[in-house]
Design a protein around this ligand. Structure first.
Ligand code: ADP
Ligand code: MG
Length: 729
């Protein structure tokens, strides 16, 4: 019988690129046509309804029921015109996916007929029987009601003949059960805090939004190969597999010409994105073979997060059309780079100003420095929380593994801005500044834009790097929902800006002039946040030592990193800003620990399964051919001669036995450790046991399996090999 692997490889050899079917016209002709956005609303809504929805989007005002009915009816008419038959509330529960439960637009009527119907009630709120989503103990099954509620700030869209309505997901008692709720709350807090600070510089600023441009990395693998690797299927990563002779050493993949099948796939999913108004624009090969990246033009954070969640979904669906599977896991293959999702973050005002982009005058640059320095200070204050916000079993494989930033949080500023901060620190004093001093300072900061223009230094090893007009949070994992890190970043910066304003106002009350007050507080924050600044190589061991001296933490596993979720300062931060109550935050902590445990548990079971049912039998089968051969030789050759001809094979037979024995023992030990871990009380203890006792056995099992892969007859090896999976035509 042909092995499943060979059948799969034969399928792969016949593949050709699948040409996407593009709508007529240029991108601009169909861009956003499946979104119930500004133009569609204008067309389908009455003027009254249109302005009420716009107000809700811009000012967060509520929409009354009568209007909601109108909006629902208009949405339905628009969506059915696009071929939609069903609608769903589309939300982001804490299991990391997006959730949808479809309902038909029709209602049965008399005489066995049906009428199309969609009311304001159905638009605004739903009570899905969604008791199986993680709630961290917030909901008991006997009070399992969870509500989804319409988020008008992210427009509805039609996908797969379904009208999708972005919603939040909260419990009966109003507690957040999803990613979106705290994100929206954090954006409100940040808007208020940043707008208040903007008043020092520009009275016309009445609203500040946070912006996000994510960069999504991913791998592609042929679907036939994926289908015969249970580890990939079930865990998103390969749990065993020897490194290919040619990996990424030659660095010939990065920005290389895109393989034809990948190209056809990209064009296809980009097309779907454009129909949905997701502004993906950039595509290129990444460092590892079969690894790619796609990035959009940045958008307001809430929208950008929804678009990223939607993108990941689209990527998976479109891949199937191309006989491909997309791997969004942070580390699908050992030995080659994993995937991240850089989160480029900034702040923009209603006056069209990017607050992290220096302007043309000393005044706008003082504003720039204010937001720049306060962001750094916020990272300094809450570095551990920021680290926790990107912690996951998947991401543990990347952080600190010399392919992604270390688990130590630090901020990279670049030479020029570091110097400006150093200069500010020395030139601003507590004493009243002379006019000359002030002029000198302002002249200095007036030069920032010119300096930054040539300031192209980039530090790829920093988790949080300033890149000219935004910060790039580079430690986020590729499969993550960006909401977690974005909520955290918004929150810590909001808290810091409030504190800053409080301090500056205190000086103003003492009669100190405004610019001088701002300079003085900025100086104080520069001094206080110094040890979070790092310009060197984040991958080096020297940094680990240096960071330790500075008192910066290096939490390199998820269970340890997650403690910061529930530290006093984190709980206070979220509670004070009305983003998450203690109970909500503690629930998130529980869920994150449980998710970690479950992931490692599943990996452990699968590794045990594959090893016992696929690897060991193949090794033994091969060993038997060796044994048969050696027995045959024994019949032909006499004593001394036999030893000579059979020696190599005897050693191979022995090696197989030795490795099989070790693997078998490790699998048994692992099963025992799992049992012990399962019997522990409490999510924290369990997560630590899985991390410290179960997971380390993966290494040893894998090591010996990979050695066997190199030894056993290729024709007998059951699993697609790295060199086969990482190769794409
Ligand atoms: P890189 O050299 O990192 O590719 P780019 O300028 O191409 O730099 O930007 C990368 C990402 O940063 C893109 O998604 C882009 O939209 C985003 N970006 C640019 N400006 C901003 C901003 N002001 N706020 C948020 N994201 C931004
Ligand atoms: Mg980048």
């Amino acid at each position: 019988m042909e092995s499943r692997r060979f059948t799969a490889l034969q399928e792969v050899s016949k593949r050709t690129p699948v040409e996407p079917i593009a709508p007529n016209g240029q991108i601009s002709a169909y861009y956003g046509s499946n979104v119930f956005g500004h133009d569609a609303m204008k067309e389908f809504l009455s003027e009254e309804a249109f302005s009420m929805v716009q107000n809700a989007i811009e000012k967060g005002t509520s929409i009354d029921r009568k209007i909601a009915d109108q909006v629902a009816s208009a949405m339905k008419n628009w969506a059915t015109g696009k071929g939609a038959t069903h609608y769903t509330h589309w939300f982001q529960p804490l299991n990391g996916t997006t959730a949808e439960k479809h309902d038909g637009f029709f209602e049965p009527s008399e005489n066995g007929r049906a009428i199309e119907r969609f009311s304001g009630n159905q638009l605004v709120q739903q009570e899905p029987d969604a008791s199986s989503f993680p709630s961290g103990g917030i909901r008991n099954t006997f009070e399992a009601r969870g509500y989804t509620a319409w988020d008008p700030t992210s427009p509805a869209f039609v996908f797969d003949k379904t009208l999708c309505i972005p919603t939040i997901f909260v419990s009966y008692t109003g507690e957040a059960l999803d990613f979106k709720t705290p994100l929206l709350r954090s954006l409100t807090a940040l808007d208020k805090a940043a707008t208040d600070v903007c008043q020092y510089f520009d009275k016309n600023v009445t609203k500040t939004i946070a912006t996000l441009g994510w960069e999504q990395e991913y791998f592609l693998v042929d679907a036939a190969l994926f289908n015969v690797r249970y580890d990939l299927q079930q865990t998103g990563r390969t749990l065993i597999g020897a490194s290919p002779a040619k990996g990424q050493q030659l660095e010939d993949h990065y920005w290389g010409s895109i393989p034809a099948r990948a190209m056809a796939y990209m064009r296809d999913f980009e097309l779907e994105c454009h129909l949905l108004g997701i502004p993906v624009r950039t595509r290129h090969n990444e460092v590892a073979p079969a690894q790619f990246e796609c990035a959009p033009v940045f958008e307001e954070v809430n929208l950008a997060v929804d678009h990223n969640q939607l993108l990941m979904d689209i990527m998976e669906k479109v891949a199937l059309r191309h006989n491909l599977r997309v791997l969004l896991h942070e580390k699908p293959y050992a030995g080659v780079n994993g995937s991240g999702k850089h989160n480029n973050w900034s702040l923009a005002t209603n006056t069209g100003k990017n607050l992290l982009s220096p302007g043309k005058t000393p005044k706008t640059n003082l504003q720039f420095l204010t937001f720049f320095i306060n962001t750094i200070k916020a990272v300094h204050e809450h570095a551990d929380l920021l680290r926790a916000s990107i912690a996951s079993a998947n991401n543990d494989h990347r952080l600190g593994a010399n392919e992604a930033p270390p688990a130590i949080m630090s901020a990279f500023l670049g030479d020029q801005l570091s110097k400006i901060l150093d200069d500010l620190e020395t030139s601003v004093t507590d004493k009243k500044m002379t006019p000359e001093q002030k002029t000198a300072l302002k002249m200095g900061i007036g030069k920032i834009p010119d300096i930054l223009l040539d300031n192209t230094d980039r530090n790829r090893t920093s988790p949080f790097a300033f890149t000219g007009n935004k910060f790039e949070f580079r430690a986020v994992g590729s499969s993550a929902n960006c909401s977690g890190p974005m909520t955290t970043l918004n929150a810590i910066v909001a808290e810091q800006l409030i504190k800053f304003k409080h301090d500056v106002d205190a000086l103003l009350e003492k009669g100190i002039e405004k610019d001088e007050a701002i300079f003085q507080i900025l100086k104080k924050e520069i001094v206080a946040s110094k040890n979070i600044r790092f310009e060197g190589n984040g991958y080096g061991d020297e940094w680990k030592a240096e960071a330790k001296k500075r008192g910066l933490n290096n939490f390199n596993t998820t269970p340890i990193a997650l403690d910061a979720y529930v530290s006093k300062s984190s709980l206070k931060l979220f509670e004070d800003l009305h983003i998450l109550s203690h109970r909500e935050q503690e629930a998130r902590y529980e869920i994150a620990l449980e998710t970690y445990t479950k992931k490692i548990q599943i990996e452990s079971r699968i590794i045990g399964d594959i090893v016992t049912n696929q690897i060991i039998p193949s090794a033994i089968k091969y060993q038997k051919t060796l044994v048969d051969n050696v027995s045959g030789m024994k019949a032909i050759f006499d004593g001394a001669e036999f030893k000579k001809v059979a020696d190599a094979q005897l050693n191979m037979i022995k090696e197989i036995s030795e490795r099989v024995t070790i693997i078998k023992n490790d699998v048994e030990t692992m099963t025992e450790e799992r049992k012990k871990a399962n019997n522990l009380e409490g999510a924290k203890k369990q997560a630590h046991a899985y991390c410290d006792k179960v997971k380390p056995l993966f290494e040893s099992i894998r090591y010996h399996c990979d050695k066997l892969e190199l030894l056993v007859d290729d024709a007998m090896w059951p699993l697609p090999k790295y060199r086969e999976m990482l190769y794409l035509k």
